[in-house]
Structure formats: structure tokens, C-alpha cells
Design a protein around this ligand. Structure first.
Ligand SMILES: Cc1cc2nc3c(=O)[nH]c(=O)nc-3n(C[C@H](O)[C@H](O)[C@H](O)COP(=O)(O)OP(=O)(O)OC[C@H]3O[C@@H](n4cnc5c(N)ncnc54)[C@H](O)[C@@H]3O)c2cc1C
Length: 235
């Protein structure tokens, strides 16, 4: 496996006011990774190369990665990625990382805030293919307009009666749950049988969720997490 791959931007789609999906294609290459893993984008700036990880939302086995990138004003990489256009070349590392689906025969609880959804969507898609239990995805965002891939998630839930998707909004009054995802664990946990839990998003949410899941009786070995996006929901 080479250290770097040169990918061509094959599609750009706005998903929310701050998030764009980029399709990155490497002709003749087949991406092989565990859903939940990430690639790193390399951008060369004056001081040298910088690297930022992004988790593909699509399943492996094709020549294309679908990345969903949130723009951070003043960021070194995400505004630059938002300026890329179809036909541009982007250098990436091969996929790596420790987050992945562990036991598809077990019930699964996926918890995400913000762009923490990206590995969860990939793992939920894998679960739909390979899982034999029930899966609940709890996705926290500020407002409905920030819910990336909502149509995809709603379709997954509507097409599979063993998949349940719930949204929790922190900055909008609506007819669904409000506040923080970690405060809405009781109903999902009650619907699952000894689940494994996957958690990704704001570090505070990851820590509080780990505590809540431990209080609910999940063992440490059944909780898999990754924290990033500091302040993204609370800002
Ligand atoms: C394993 C992993 C997977 C990831 N997958 C994705 C993904 O699929 N999609 C995605 O959009 N991002 C993802 N990220 C985050 C991504 O790697 C970058 O951190 C993000 O794009 C910001 O990079 P930047 O160079 O634009 O900002 P930087 O130059 O690194 O930061 C500049 C300023 O932007 C703000 N900022 C930067 N990063 C964050 C942040 N994470 N939360 C809040 N404020 C921030 C801060 O004010 C910071 O001072 C992932 C991170 C990890 C660790």
C-alpha cells in the first residue's frame, strides 16, 4: 500500500449550511477499510504539509470515498476543502484508525453529535448489511438544518424495522427531543438487548455518555468511542 493516494474530486454536494460532501475517486484503486476508519487529507501550506482526518460515510469496495466536511472559519484545511471543485486533485493517506463495528450479531447503539455522524453512518450502513440484531442511532445537532444525511438516515430506518433513528436538537424547539443526546439514552437502551455502543462527537458528550452507559450497566469493553469537534454543538 502506498503512503499516499492522489484522488480526484468527482463530486461536490452541499449537505447543510456548513457541511459539504466531497466524492474523492482514485481510478483503478479499490478502497478497503473497516467502516468507522478515516483517511487523512494532506494540504501543503507555507510551513509544510498538514494532515486532517476525515471518516468516509460510504461503504468500502469501490474506487470512491464520500467525505462530509464541516467548515471551520480560519481552519487550515476545512475552508480549503470547501473550495475544491470537480476535477481537482487531493492527496490522502490510506484508511486507518481503530473505530469499527465489533460484533454485528449484537444489538448496537450509535451516538453522534455533529460530524461525529460520519463514522456512525458508515457503521450503521454496514450493520444494515451484516447486523442480525437491532440498531438505534441517536444523532445530536443544533437545529434541523444542521442534520446532515437526514433523508438517508430516515430511509434506512423506514426500510429496516430493526433500525431506529432519533434526532436530538440543542438549539431549536421542535416536536422531537431537545437538549443533549446523552440525556436521551433511556428509551434507546430499553429497546436494545445488551448492546454494544459506539460514540463519536464533542469530547464532553463522549465522556458524559461513557459515564451514563456505565451507569446503565454497559461494560467498558462494550463502549467504543472517538472524540472530536470541540465546541461544535455548544457554539
Ligand atoms: C478520527 C477523526 C475523524 C474526523 N472526521 C471528520 C469528518 O468526517 N468530517 C469533518 O468535518 N471533520 C472530521 N474530523 C475533524 C477534522 O479532522 C478537522 O479537525 C476539521 O476539519 C478542522 O480542521 P481545520 O484544519 O479546518 O481547522 P484547524 O486549523 O485545525 O483549526 C482552526 C480553528 O478552527 C476551529 N476548529 C478546528 N477544528 C475544530 C473542531 N474539530 N471542532 C471545533 N472547532 C474546531 C478552532 O477554533 C480552531 O482554532 C475528524 C477528526 C478526527 C480526529
Amino acid at each position: 500500500m502506498p503512503d499516499f493516494l492522489s484522488a480526484t474530486v468527482a463530486g461536490v454536494t452541499p449537505l447543510t449550511p456548513r457541511v459539504r460532501q466531497l466524492l474523492l475517486r482514485v481510478d483503478g484503486h479499490t478502497f478497503d477499510y473497516a467502516p468507522g476508519q478515516h483517511v487523512s487529507v494532506r494540504r501543503t501550506v507555507d510551513d509544510g504539509p498538514i494532515f486532517r482526518p476525515y471518516s468516509p460515510v460510504n461503504l468500502p469496495g469501490t474506487d470512491t470515498l464520500a467525505l462530509a466536511v464541516k467548515r471551520y472559519e480560519g481552519g487550515a484545511c476545512s475552508p480549503w476543502l470547501h473550495q475544491r471543485q470537480v476535477g481537482d486533485e487531493i492527496t490522502i493517506t490510506p484508511p486507518s484508525g481503530t473505530l469499527h463495528l465489533h460484533a454485528p450479531e449484537r444489538d448496537a447503539l450509535f451516538l453522534a453529535t455533529g460530524t461525529g455522524l460520519t463514522p456512525m453512518l458508515a457503521m450503521l450502513s454496514q450493520y444494515v448489511d451484516a447486523g442480525t440484531g437491532r440498531a438505534v442511532l441517536l444523532f445530536g445537532e443544533r437545529a434541523q438544518e444542521d442534520l446532515m444525511y437526514r433523508a438517508t438516515l430516515d430511509r434506512l430506518a423506514a426500510s429496516h424495522d430493526y433500525v431506529d433513528v432519533r434526532y436530538v436538537l440543542s438549539h431549536e424547539d421542535w416536536d422531537g427531543p431537545t437538549g443533549f443526546v446523552q440525556d436521551h439514552l433511556d428509551a434507546p437502551l430499553a429497546s436494545l438487548d445488551a448492546p454494544q455502543a459506539y460514540v463519536c462527537g464533542v469530547p464532553e458528550m463522549v465522556v458524559e455518555t461513557q459515564t451514563a452507559l456505565a451507569d446503565a450497566g454497559l461494560s467498558e469493553g462494550d463502549v467504543f468511542s472517538e472524540g472530536w469537534e470541540e465546541g461544535a454543538v455548544a457554539e
